[in-house]
Write a protein that binds this ligand. Structure first.
Ligand code: SF4
Length: 263
């Protein structure tokens, strides 16, 4: 259920550099007809979006809780469980900041682990190329929804697992992209092995924070939607650090786009 107007604000913090000055402020986020109070802590110094991702991830967690509560009130329960990675063979759209975050996470892994994950990324990209969907950037950003859906189905049919999927569970669960957090279903889990528009019933969150982040970055930095499977290559090909901005403005910008997307 949406929080009551008098509810305590949800506390969300960016990743802060120890000792660096930070500021905390209250904001109300509009989500459909609801107004959700949050208290955010961000760096005082200008920042990129990457340290702010925990704020969006935390708010999305609250969106999910709210939507799952609404589904439960309607007699529906979420069928997603650890160990069911059927949805982790889909094309996962991510923002450039998420690509950098994923790449940094992989770069920080111990040598043997990093080599293993990098090899999985390379194998996944090769398998997609072999399946005829090597030119993903152009196809995924196709102009029409029909073309995008066709691409999504072709990607799924290729059966290429996310490089982070291990034993059908996410091996980077705490830092997984927003799009991964937004995908929940109340239809039978086995239907996700061959999803169609008719046999999968997604939980409606009332807006997509992942899409809001992508849209914000497309305007701000000229790089929009990427695919998770391309994250490491994209980050390596774009090593220049992104420009820094005022932290509160960045947070507000993304939530303003979410408000527009949620109607
Ligand atoms: S990052 Fe995790 S949740 Fe997302 S597709 Fe990969 S394995 Fe699945």
């Amino acid at each position: 259920m949406p929080p009551e107007p008098s509810a305590e604000p949800l506390d969300l913090s960016a990743t802060l550099v120890p000792g660096a000055p930070a500021a905390t402020g209250n904001v109300t986020i509009k989500l459909g007809d609801d107004h959700i109070p949050i208290r955010v802590t961000v760096p005082v110094e200008p920042t990129t979006l990457e340290p702010l991702l925990p704020i969006f991830q935390g708010f999305l967690g609250a969106m999910v809780d709210r939507a799952v509560g609404q589904a439960a009130a309607a007699g529906l329960s979420v069928s997603c469980r650890a160990g069911c990675g059927a949805c982790c063979r889909q094309a996962v759209p991510i923002a450039p900041s998420e690509a950098r975050d994923v790449a940094a996470h992989v770069a920080a892994m111990p040598d043997a682990r990093r080599t293993q994950v990098q090899a999985r990324f390379a194998a996944a990209r090769q398998a997609l190329a072999a399946a005829g969907i090597g030119d993903r950037a152009a196809t995924f950003d196709a102009a029409t929804m029909e073309d995008r859906l066709a691409f999504g189905m072709a990607y799924f049919r290729a059966g290429v697992a996310c490089p982070f999927l291990e034993d059908e569970s996410c091996s980077i669960h705490p830092v997984r992209p927003l799009a991964c957090r937004e995908y929940l279903v109340t239809s039978p889990a086995e239907n996700c092995r061959w999803p169609t528009m008719d046999n999968v019933r997604p939980v409606r969150l009332g807006g997509s924070l992942g899409q809001a982040l992508i849209a914000t970055e497309a305007v701000m930095a000229g790089h929009g939607r990427l695919l998770l499977v391309d994250a490491l290559d994209w980050a390596a090909a774009n090593p220049a650090p992104p420009p820094v901005h005022n932290g509160p403005s960045l947070v507000k910008g993304v939530f303003d786009v979410l408000a527009k997307l949620s109607g």
